[in-house]
Design a protein around this ligand. Structure first.
Ligand code: NAD
Length: 262
């Protein structure tokens, strides 16, 4: 049986994390071979085993996306191992600290920008050079609703995700002549799990005028701001990524699709 992505090769960064793994599994279910990149060797090993259960080739690549030489060597290794790269899900990211801008820790600001912006750029640039040669590529960057409307106390994260939206728009234009489409997704509140619990707890701890100091109340406030009155599940992301990588979105590039409950 031929699946929609049979014969395709996908690179997924942040592949050991919640969203990366869910999307890697979906691409594998659709027949794509998957190169999983993450800097966490332990969780990456488990992720590869999980993806491989779908009967496709799945390989781990331990790589810190902020390390330019490592990115270059890793992408070269992926091309050598798989023959080519058709899809990139450029997704590795870090949420950063929670503090009002005047108190935001400088070192954390630099760290967030380095991972979320420079790291995403290094991977995009390196994979794009390969895709330009082949005159084919489909790229999805993970932005965030924090990159559309800046939430309080998240200066670095919001700045980094606004940058991803801008990078997506520019890359879509620069790469359009080479049959490469570049789009972004912007999840909002996703749960349950670490990322949800962490932001609820840390927003409560900041004690700003925008949120309660009680985490349970913060959770209610956040959900109350969503028209659909619930957080999104991680499972509600892979179908959107698959849509943007596949040919159902053949006339879409430079777009940023919110996954935000309205
Ligand atoms: P996660 O923490 O579960 O996964 C992130 C993964 O990225 C981890 O496996 C981590 O090891 C990896 N990573 C971090 N820094 C790296 C680096 N320098 N090099 C290589 N790998 C690195 O988080 P997630 O929820 O799966 O987040 C994935 C993406 O989605 C991120 O870009 C995040 O900002 C974005 N996002 C998440 C949410 C949410 O609520 N979960 C909402 C909007 C956007």
């Amino acid at each position: 049986q031929t699946l929609r992505f049979s014969g395709k090769v996908a690179v997924v960064t942040g592949a050991a994390g919640n969203i990366g793994l869910a999307c890697a599994k979906r691409l594998a279910q659709s027949g794509a071979a998957v190169a999983l990149l993450d800097m966490n060797a332990d969780t990456l090993k488990a992720a590869v085993a999980d993806v491989a259960t779908h009967g496709v080739t799945a390989r781990p690549y331990v790589c810190d996306v902020t390390d330019i030489a490592a990115v270059r060597d890793t992408i070269a290794a992926v091309v050598a191992d798989f023959g080519a790269i058709d899809f990139l899900f450029n997704n590795a990211g870090y949420q950063g600290a929670f503090a009002p801008v005047q108190d935001y820790p400088e070192d954390d600001f630099a760290r967030v920008m380095n991972i979320n912006v420079c790291g995403a750029f290094h991977v995009l640039r390196t994979v794009a050079r390969h895709m330009v040669e082949r005159r084919f590529g489909r790229i999805v960057n993970t932005a965030s609703m924090a990159g559309v409307q800046g939430p309080p106390n998240m200066a670095a994260y919001a700045a980094s995700k606004f940058a991803i939206v801008g990078l997506t728009e520019v890359a879509s234009k620069d790469l359009a002549p080479y049959n490469i489409r570049v789009n972004a997704i912007s999840p909002a509140f996703m749960g349950p799990g670490m990322m949800w619990d962490r932001q609820v707890e840390l927003q409560a701890k900041v004690g700003s005028q925008y949120f309660s100091t009680d985490p349970a109340e913060v959770a209610k406030q956040m959900i109350g701001s969503v028209p659909m009155r619930r957080y999104g599940n991680i499972d509600e992301i892979p179908g959107v990524v698959e849509f943007l990588l596949g040919e159902d979105s053949s006339y879409m590039t430079g777009m940023n699709l919110p996954i935000a409950g309205g």
